[in-house]
Design a protein around this ligand. Structure first.
Ligand code: ATR
Length: 279
């Protein structure tokens, strides 16, 4: 590091668990780029001050995580269409004094799903469990990618209805409560689990009755700790194809790297760094 070293980073609250510093710093070294990536714990009250500070210090950009993904919108000069539709930003680029917001979770999810499963998205009948921020990113990505239908099932049904309505004319979208998933499970070809159910340390929790899983399904769980949730283990036992959450984490980071650096990310190097950091 010297006087010419550039800075990018992460703001969230908390950020101590983040694996992004390992992935990004390894990527900068692999590409010989004079940048460092640092994680900053920023409380909601300090968000505006932090944004203005990073701007004044000439940060190239930064990632945004919980709880700032929606609140950050207020401080940006421009928000790219996907991020606007999702209503959340996870990547900011500072360009010529302007702050531009993107959402790479959406495209990151798609890249991971297609890379790891080889799934053809056209014609998929999708069931999404959950209707929070992660579900919004996934639902928009799949709608744009041309799946046949999307059913959103959420514990709080009104939130599922709002998300289904926001998908508008892009796709045939319906809403259910989580308790009603048996109605559509049989015809579902892609099940995407976006709730926190099954996440460490509650690793024996599962969001739906496992008898609804079948071999005609690909089951995708956004949780990456554990690498294979109980849902994925039950799905695998019934002959379904399974997809874990680590790839989304990797690809959303690779896409952020590309937005800041204007060149392809060293995805394999970043995957190795992530795998090591997960041990
Ligand atoms: P994220 O950004 O990770 O999506 P979020 O926006 O807080 O987080 O959304 C959390 C999702 O997990 C919601 O769909 C939530 O359901 P509610 O809308 O009913 O709260 C779901 N969720 C969390 N805990 C759950 C549980 N124990 N059972 C079922 N769903 C749960």
């Amino acid at each position: 590091m010297d006087a010419g070293t550039g800075v990018v980073g992460l703001i969230g609250h908390p950020v101590g668990h983040s694996k992004s510093p390992e992935m990004m710093n390894r990527a900068f070294r692999a590409r010989g780029l004079p940048f460092v990536y640092l994680a900053f714990d920023v409380s909601p009250q300090e968000l505006e001050t932090a944004v203005r500070g990073m701007q004044a210090l000439g940060f190239r950009g930064w990632n945004v995580t919980i709880p700032h993904k929606v609140a950050i919108l207020e401080y940006l000069d421009e928000v790219e269409e996907t991020a606007r539709e999702i209503g959340a930003v996870n990547t900011v680029v500072s360009r010529d004094g302007r702050l531009i917001g993107y959402n790479t979770d959406s495209e990151g999810y798609l890249r991971s799903l297609v890379d790891e499963t080889g799934l053809e998205l056209a014609g998929q009948r999708v069931l999404i469990l959950g209707a929070g921020g992660a579900a919004r990113a996934v639902a928009h990505a799949l709608a744009v990618a041309g799946v046949e239908s999307i059913t959103i099932a959420n514990r709080t049904r009104e939130k599922a209805e709002r998300l289904a309505a926001s998908l508008g004319r892009k796709v045939d979208a319906r809403a259910l409560s989580l308790a009603e998933v048996a109605r559509v499970a049989g015809e579902t070809t892609l099940l995407v689990q976006t709730t926190s159910v099954g996440m460490y340390p509650e690793t024996e929790a599962i969001p739906i009755d496992p008898s609804l899983l079948h071999e005609g399904m690909t089951v995708s769980d956004l949780i990456y700790r554990p690498r294979k949730t109980l849902l994925l283990r039950e799905a695998e036992a019934r002959g379904a194809r399974v997809h874990g959450g680590l790839g989304m984490l990797l690809h959303q980071a690779a896409l952020a790297f590309e937005k800041w650096m204007g060149r392809a990310a060293p995805v394999d190097v970043m995957r190795d760094a992530l795998e090591e950091a997960m041990k």
